[in-house]
Unconditional design. Structure first.
Length: 137
């Protein structure tokens, strides 16, 4: 019998600017303050991770799994979040201005005080039961 043990990665404050991390499993990782600016992190699993106070601006996050993750005070501006799984994510005070949310799942997400100015494809996103109080449109 083989038993797989998942050891969470600790990437706090790592500089991953312009990194290419396609199909990477970083679920349950500690990534507080990480810099993913201009990075390609598409189709990766970052579910149940702490990605708060991070910079994911201009990143390719197409198909990323961030469900149940903490993204408070995170910069996601101008990122491609098409088909992203952000259900149950904590996005309080996050900046999503200019981001693409085509078919993103934000159901049950907490977007309290988030910035959603000039978001693209918002009408295609699933915002069912999301907390939108204080959102800056």
């Amino acid at each position: 019998m083989v038993v797989k043990v998942k050891i969470p990665a600790d990437l706090q404050c790592a500089n991953l600017t312009n990194a290419y991390l396609r199909h990477v499993d970083l679920s349950f990782a500690q990534m507080w303050g990480v810099n993913f600016e201009n990075a390609t992190v598409n189709f990766s699993d970052l579910s149940n991770s702490d990605v708060s106070n991070a910079n994911l601006s201009n990143a390719d996050l197409f198909g990323i799994n961030l469900k149940n993750s903490k993204l408070t005070d995170t910069n996601l501006s101008n990122s491609d979040l098409a088909w992203a799984k952000l259900n149950n994510a904590d996005l309080r005070n996050a900046d999503l201005s200019g981001a693409s949310l085509r078919y993103a799942d934000l159901s049950n997400a907490n977007l309290q005080n988030a910035i959603l100015i000039d978001v693209k494809h918002l009408s295609d996103a699933d915002l069912s039961n999301a907390n939108l109080s204080g959102v800056v449109w």
